[in-house]
Design a binder for this molecule. Structure first.
Ligand code: NAP
Length: 471
């Protein structure tokens, strides 16, 4: 078993002050394959002290200098893409071949932040004022396990571009890609203290990170419950808090949509990464007149997806990220049954031929009422709720009847018709007629799905202050 016994603080691999290790478990086999050191509060303090000390010089670098560092770091990461995909696949179960795309393609998008560094040099004259941008300061980053590299880069890239310094704590389920990232940081010799990595449990380190006096910006991706707690804790010192939280995204299929294509897209969208995608379109809204047909298509598509070993090239769906997440998903499937929803496919048993590991069958519920818990709460698993509607206004009302507002989808007869519906959805994103994910577009939520935006040109906005000088 590989042991990672160091933290990356102030440009050095250091022995933690904290004690013990967290085991990293392969959810396909339930076996531990690595262990990672637990930081403690002294390590938190050392990491933020380093980030604070590095801030004055780093924030005064030119955009061209920071762009050069981003390009160097991109090149160092690019060499290690296969290693990154393997580390992610082994620790959270995403099939390796799929991980190379959906988990690791974000490395390519990292480089674009080199150009975005120059946004910081934009100055505006407003009458007698000179308005300039300045780095927001020291950042605390806390990330989850479902797309761990994507979530890391979505925060680190804009922070580097704008001149912020940072301390990162990855999920204790999936810290390995962050450790590889830190190795790349060390390899290129990024100035000490700009990037610091601590590992350990959120429940132990989280409060200290989000209340730390040296922190100016907290950026958190994870559950809405933890996000609420963080926002409250950080309020005492008025830190800027950026939250990327949960979702329960609706997918409206209209009467004149190509049903086979639309339902197939919707099922595969949810089942990829075993349903552990914050923007997964987990509520499928179908016109009552086409409901039976849609249910049959969904059943056929779900049952045709290969579930199994993440190392097998043909696998579409691996296990859940952990046995704990499997328990959560199964408890929601039971809750759906108790609430009166009907199983179209899937359910509580292991998939055929599997008897261990964190596997769950691709599951589709029909006869779901939007008021049911399975339609309101984020399950974060391979579970789709199929909800019938009578007219498009009702569909839009159902879609918006959620505490969440992260993403949505619409598939209509024409792109124009779909966009007209998309404009009425209270969500930060919308997938129109099967549109592709775009790393250059901003991602973030309305309502309890969070605030702020990551990625694209908007992704740097959280990381700078605006100063006006009256001349
Ligand atoms: P989580 O339980 O909230 O954990 C997320 C991170 O917070 C982990 O690093 C965790 O550390 C840490 N943490 C736990 N307790 C904490 C505390 N008291 N204070 C500070 N940090 C704490 O969420 P998750 O289950 O890992 O992630 C899944 C959730 O993330 C889903 O709700 C999903 O929708 C959401 N998500 C949102 C987006 C988006 O862009 N909106 C993207 C991806 C995921 P440990 O792992 O060590 O406990």
């Amino acid at each position: 078993m590989k042991r990672y016994d160091k933290l990356y603080i102030n440009g050095q691999w250091v022995t933690p002050h904290g004690s013990g290790y967290t085991q990293i478990i392969n959810p396909a086999t339930e076996a531990a394959f690595a262990e990672v050191a637990n930081a403690d509060l002294d390590d938190v303090n050392a990491a933020f002290a380093a980030a604070r000390a590095a801030f004055p010089a780093w924030s005064r670098t030119t955009a061209a200098e920071r762009a050069e560092w981003i390009r160097k770091l991109h090149a160092a990461l690019d060499k290690r893409k296969d290693e990154l995909a393997l580390a992610i696949s082994q620790s959270m179960g995403c099939p390796l071949e799929i991980a190379k795309i959906i988990q690791v393609n974000c490395v390519k998008a990292f480089e674009k932040f080199a150009d975005r560094a120059f946004e910081m040099e934009k100055e505006v004259r407003v009458n007698n004022s000179l308005v300039v941008r300045e780095a927001a300061g020291v950042c605390a980053f806390i990330t989850p396990w479902n797309y761990p590299l994507y979530q890391l880069i979505g925060k680190v890239a804009p922070a580097l571009a704008t001149g912020c310094t940072m301390v990162i704590k990855p999920s204790s389920v999936t810290p390995l890609q962050d450790l590889i990232f830190a190795e790349a940081v060390a390899e290129i010799g990024l100035p000490a203290g700009v990037f610091n990595l601590i590992t350990g449990r959120g429940g132990v380190l989280g409060d200290a990170m989000v209340t730390h006096p040296e922190v100016d910006v907290v950026s958190f991706t994870g559950s809405t419950a933890t996000g609420k707690r963080i926002q409250k804790l950080a309020a005492d010192s008025i830190k800027r808090v950026c939250l990327e939280l949960g979702g329960k995204s609706p997918f409206i299929i209209t009467e004149d949509a190509p049903l086979e294509k639309a339902v197939t897209f919707g099922v595969k969208d949810v089942m990829i990464n075993s349903g552990q995608t914050c923007i997964a379109l987990s509520r499928m809204l179908v016109p009552a007149s086409r409901y039976e047909e849609a249910v049959q298509i969904a059943k056929r598509v779900a049952e045709g997806l290969k579930v199994g070993d993440p190392m097998d090239k043909d696998t579409y769906m691996g296990p859940m990220s952990s046995m704990g997440q499997r328990d959560t998903v199964l408890s929601y499937i039971q809750k759906g049954l108790d609430e009166g929803a009907k199983l179209v496919t899937g359910g509580l048993d292991y998939p055929a031929g599997i008897s261990k590991g964190a596997y769950v069958k691709p599951t589709i519920f029909r006869d779901v009422n939007n008021k049911m818990a399975i339609a309101q709460e984020e399950i974060f698993g391979p579970v789709i709720c199929m909800i019938p509607y009578s007219d498009i206004n009702e569909a839009i009302a159902i879609a918006n009847d959620s505490i969440y507002g992260l993403s949505s989808g619409v598939w209509a007869g024409t792109q124009e018709a779909a966009i007209a519906i998309a404009r009425q959805l209270r969500t930060g994103g919308c997938y129109v007629n099967g549109g592709d994910f775009n790393y250059d577009a901003p991602l973030g939520g309305y309502k309890q799905s969070g605030n702020g935006r990551e990625w694209g040109d908007f992704g740097i906005h959280e990381f700078y202050e605006i100063k006006s000088m009256q001349l």
